[in-house]
Each structure stands twice: as structure tokens, then as C-alpha cells.
Ligand binder design. Sequence first.
Ligand code: F6R
Length: 610
Amino acid sequence: MCGIVGHVGDEQATPILLDGLRRLEYRGYDSAGLAVHGSNGIQIVRAVGKLRNLEKALAAKGLPGTVGIGHTRWATHGRPSEVNAHPHVAGPIAVVHNGIIENHLELRAELEANGFTLSSDTDTEIIAHLIHRETRAGHDMVTAIRRSLERVDGAYAIAVLSEKEPRRVVVAKSASPLVIGVAKGATYCASDIPALLPYTNEMLFLEDGEIAVLEADGFTLSTLQGTPLSRRLRRISWSPVMAERAGYKHFMLKEIFEQPRALEDTLRGRLDRELADVSTPEIGLSEDDAKRIQRVILLACGTSHHATIAGRYWLEELAKVPAITELASEFRGRDAVVGESDLVIAVSQSGETIDTLMAAKEAKERGAKVLAIANVNGSAIPRMADASFYTHAGPEIGVASTKCFMAQLANLLMFSIWLGRRRETIDEGLASELIEGLARVPHVIEERLPGTLEAVSEIVQDFSEARDVLFLGRGLSYPMALEGALKLKEISYVHAEGYAAGEMKHGPIALLDAHVPVIVLMPQDRHYERVSSNMQEARARAAKIIGVTTAGDTQGQALCDRFVEVGPTHEALSPFVTVVPLQLYAYCVADHKGTDVDQPRNLAKTVTVE
Ligand code: F6R
């Protein structure tokens, strides 16, 4: 978490750094700060709270200069306060950092014993002092950083300024992400691509153990041990407009409405209607590999984990392969059984989630082949995986994931069809029906989106005060129920539970009364009758039922107090349509309550801490 930016060029750095931080604010937003090298040396401005507080502080005290670094924070060590905000300064050195230094207590004690005075509670300040100590010993900035980082255990992406080398920003990374951007006469760095899009599309992703010296006319790259490196820049196809709100009240709403396009872009070129097959050369598996897979392990966190549960159901049904889902944080360090006959699919919007990255690495070390499903090209998980099958949802800025979830579902379904065809477990007729249906899904979603928003916002008027909400679904609707509950919790702070409808009677039914709305997903699938019975059970306890029903399903709608209609699809495609009203429900409750929809409290978009 946390976002860092840097700029070296001829233009004033402050507006560029602030603009970059604005685009990174989703990564953390409890304090922010800038350090700019001007004619009087390095000057710092920091402020607690959102970026607007930093902007106010900057309006009072300008920061002239063309070389600078900036930071937006998600607190890990030390509470949000001005003194704990970055940049941290020691002597001529200023540092911004994203990550966690694990041996910070030991290093702090050592520095204090050496006579250094630390003014914050952060682990980052230690890096600044280590570098300062090395420069005092006569080392140049790069050598001082190298020698300091040798002492550091943990995750970091850092950007460093030194008063002694005023036309440079030096960056280094281990585990946390860092992108360098190159334009004519200016070089930039940032934690994520959207911060750089207004300035350049030519980028380079720093790898672990690398250090780069940024200057106005480009950068030099080497390993932390000093071996020079050269790598080609990558051209990023996203446009700056993709990362703007485009007239929507919130990014989340915009991204919900972008789902048809995100799906189309993700499906494009991959559905072969004539052959009733999926074309995915990037998966990197031969026909023989596909037949040899004994088991698929799906690793992910949060919303991406919910996508993998649907993926598991599709893999089992269509490719007849045993599949399990694992929360990446639980897979790690428990000695899970995994080996060469397993295919691991690591699913992550950001491609940087540390738990997913480390869990997939662990599986790879034990011989499993790793396939990454990620949305950010060149991010850490695809880089470590054996092959990558990207989603093409475009940049997702709202902290609550929506369109990337939709695109993950598409990739998991396409992969299941692909595998089923190779393993000869899905016949051409069914594959063709699913491919035709999947190609139509963007339209099915799009035509109902405005009406669904209207219907949901009306329902929310009556239920926005509910303190607990239960989401129920069976089969493929079960992970969507989990996702609906997570969305509601994270942006509206309402307690919500997602449950397999059949499990309700094993516990949660005790919670039900007239004050607990129950949102039931009831597409017309093989579970329909049993879900109807579960609804009756909830109604008998006076709970109010909000149904997500297929258009025209009057029988199901008669069991509901309120209902929303979704377009008809093949039952295997129902998650694509049923999740949309749930996303909108969470959005409308949060908007009604006036919470910060795009930057909910305590959350960050990319979770690079364990
Ligand atoms: C919830 C949400 C998170 C992420 C989770 C994993 O809306 O976005 O639960 O899904 O932090 O992130 P990625 O997919 O980037 O690995």
C-alpha cells in the first residue's frame, strides 16, 4: 500500500507530483507529503488526511524546484500524523517508501546507539538515516543506498533525493511495485501506471533487487550489487482518459458502468465461435499439458477469491478436473500439499497483492506450474508466473473492485472451456452455447444497467438503515452472494454476510427478523426450487426478501418483498448478470449514507503488506 511518485525534468515538480499522488490516492490516503529540490536545498511539506490537506498546505508554502518525490500513505508503522507522514529526512537525504521493513526495531536500536535521533515511529525513517550514515562515510548516493539496503529485510519501493546530487532521483525495489516512465526531457517514477499516463506511455517495471538513477534525459539501471543492466521500455496502451471519472459521481459507479466494455475487451480475439473454442495462446500449456493436469489450485484474496470460487465450479463442471480454491494468506506457510501435477492459477487485479504473490511463488518452488490472471500488465504476479492470461478491464481506480472482478470471471470461464475442449470433457454443442452466450453478456448487462441503477436506488431508500444484511445464493450464485456482502461491508460499513443458501438453516437463520433484509440470488438454474424453499424459510422468520430474479420470473418475484430483474442467460453465465445489482446495491447504500465510496476507511487498493 502507499503510493510514491518522483519527477526529474525541467518543469516545476510540485504540480506533477500532486497530480501523480491524486491518481495513486486509492493506494492509501491517511497522510501525504512532497520533497522538492529547489535553490535552497530540499524542502518538505506534509499533511495528515486526504491529499486536499496537502494541497492547502502547499498553497500556503510553495515548493519551487524541478526535482522531487511524493507519497500518499496507508499507515503500517506509526499512526497517521504529520510526523509519521513521508518524505522522511535525515541530513541531506529525503526518502519516500512503500512497503514494510521487517528488521526495523533492530536497525532503530543500532542507529540510536550510534547517536542518530529518530523523530517518527515509522520504519521508513530508518532507511533515511541508514543512507545518511553511509553518505557521511563518504559514499556517493547510489553506493550509500546500495549499502543501506543490504541491511534491510522486508518489502520496499523507495525514491530518494540527496542535496548533494540535486539533479537525480534514485529508486530501488524489493517486493513492492515501482514503474519508471520516460518522456522527452523528463523521467518519472510511480507505484502504479495511472500516475504516469498523462506524461508518457513508455515505461519500465523495476524488478526486485534493482536500482535506477533517474535524470532528466533518462535513467541508468543496475542490480543492487552493481551489475549494469539494460532492458527495453514497454509501451503501455492505457490512455489517461481511462483513469478519469468522466462525469460520474464516483469511480466505482463509472467502473460498474464500464463492465460491458471491460468484458468485451477481455473477450476480444479469444472466442472462436466457428470452432466452438477459446483461443488463448498466452496460457502456455500444450494439449498434453492440459490432459496431464491432476488438479487446479486457485489462489487469490478478497474479491478475486470470490471469482476463483466461480472458477472452481466451472473447472469441475466443464473440464472435469479437481479444483480447489485457497485464500492466498492461508495457503502460505502451512505446508499445503502442492506439486508438479498441479496447475496453480493466481488471480489478482493489481498483480501485486503480496499474499497471492508469495503463495504462488511457494507453489512454483514446489514444482507447480503457475498461470497468472491479472489486470496490470507486467505487474509482479505475471512476472513470476510461468504464463499470464491478462484481463483487459483498463485501470480500476475505485478501491472496491467491480469491473476487474467481471473480467476475472470471463478469463476463468474461458480457461475452463479451453481446458474442457483439450480434455474432451465438454462437447462442441455446450462449448458453442457458452461461447455464444458469453459474447452476448456485455449487451445483456449494458441494456439493463440504467434501469437496474434506478430500481436499486429506489429499494435502497427503504433499506439503507438496516444494520445487518444477509446475501444468499447456491451454486454459482454462492460466490456472488459473498461478493455482494463484501462490497456492502467495505464501502457502506454495514455488517453483511454472504452465505450458501443451504447453510442458512445451520446457523444464520437465528439472526433473522423483520429488521434484517435478505438479498437472495435466484437465477433460473438447477438450484431454483431449493433456493425458493430457503426464501420461504426466511420469510417465515419475518425477514424482508429482496430478490435478484430473471426478467419475467413472476413465480420467484411473488416470493419477494422487492425484486430486481436481470437479463436471461445460460445458467453457467448467471454470475455475470447477478453480481451487477449487488454492486449497485452497495454503491447506492454508501452514496445514501455519504461514505467515501472510492476511498473507504482503512482500505487500500493494492495490498502489499502481509
Ligand atoms: C474488494 C477488493 C479486495 C481485492 C483484494 C485482492 O473490493 O478489491 O478484496 O480483491 O485486495 O486484490 P487483487 O485482486 O489486486 O489481488
